[in-house]
Design a binder for this molecule. Sequence first.
Ligand code: ZN
Length: 469
Amino acid sequence: MIFIRRASLCCLFLVLTVSGSISAKGQVSINWDAVQKEAVELFVQYLKIDTTNPPGNEIRAANFFAELCKREGIEHKIFEPFPGRGTLWARLKGDGSQRPVVLLNHTDVVPHSQEFWTVPAFSGQIKDGFIYGRGAQDMKSVGLAQFMVMVALKRAKVPLKRDIIFLATADEEAGGLLGAGWFAKEHPELLGKAEFLFNEGGNNSVDNSGKVLAIGVGPSEKTPAWLRLTATGDPGHGSIPRPNSSVNRLLRALNKLLDYSPPIQLTPVVEQSFKALAPLMPPDLAAKYSNLREAIKDPTFARMLEADAGAKALTRNTISVTMLAGSNKVNVIPPIATAEIDTRLVPGEKLERWIAELRGVIKDDSIKIEPVLAFEANASPTDSALVKAVADVVQRRFPGAIISYPVLAGFTDCHYFRELGIHSYGFSPFVAPNRELGGGFHGNDERIGKKAFEDGVKFFYEVVERLAK
Ligand SMILES: [Zn+2]
């Protein structure tokens, strides 16, 4: 047995202990009790850092991880391309025989309303088996787990084929342009032609008895096509109505969109995500899920499937009217009226084709339609080495569980990296029945089960080690 004790340089951090034995290759075995205890302590410190976006102040989180990297002797860089908006990059070198894997996490959190919380939102308080704090689910828990994976690999001197790149970015909750988007554009060289990336967006399924049914590896997400509609018309006094005023034109166009149901558009990645769930379904439904393209032709099944709003969103492009602007005075007919609509496209859809479809519905060429935010909807393969690594560990850790391929109706920062050709996946290492997992994602009393968190650190380690060793 060897015993290593590193004294902490800074009072912020803890004294670390790693005990274990040395293998023939010089690798040190990991004392998981110590690592998990340390992970909880660091997680609590991390939750105490207020990175509410807006304004963000993610430089605080970047500094937190940078201090830890210094202590561990891990190569790292801090970027602050916009005041206060910090991003941290760190790397463990592999032998270069395989391409890197990126552990991506965002450090910003959404605002909270303290009056609805039972504990201070940045206290990191541990109560009744749960760790509380804004970001406990989304996604400081994952970020800290990823960090501990890197630390554990480093300390244990695990020989790596791939570089492990830890990337903690700003601004995801506002679209990521100042964080992941900025980094992917300005510093792709620091990603070393990475092959794989882990990010938020996984989805596991555990029944009430604790039996693990499915571990999700998310290969794709729908993509936003946020559109601005601008209508113009003769302005004038409200006392003399003008049938073709800008506001009237806009309302007619929006009404047509509200009445419109975009057709079902099945894409291979969505079909596959249903197919993967078939083994968990009763026999009649299993057959339908296994061949969604055929099954959906049956109107009864289609109705049943689409009664679930989440399932419905995956099989079609969707439209939500969300922002309207007309006159700022009640008796003035304005020359311009605008609406912004949140449309979401199925993976593989093309923006130009979609806009043309909407023009066909609106049938008013005087209305301008332009994108406010849109990017390509793409997908990563489900037969990759990353998916196999997860499957191998799951088979050992949770025998009988299936691998599912959830497609998100929302979106994460993954698209910035898929656009660079990196196979990117949503993955959560936290596996527990809902009552033990916690909750409050973007809501009140955000929390995660302490045991689910501790177990998740080890599960994530096993997956990354399997992929990179
Ligand atoms: Zn998130």
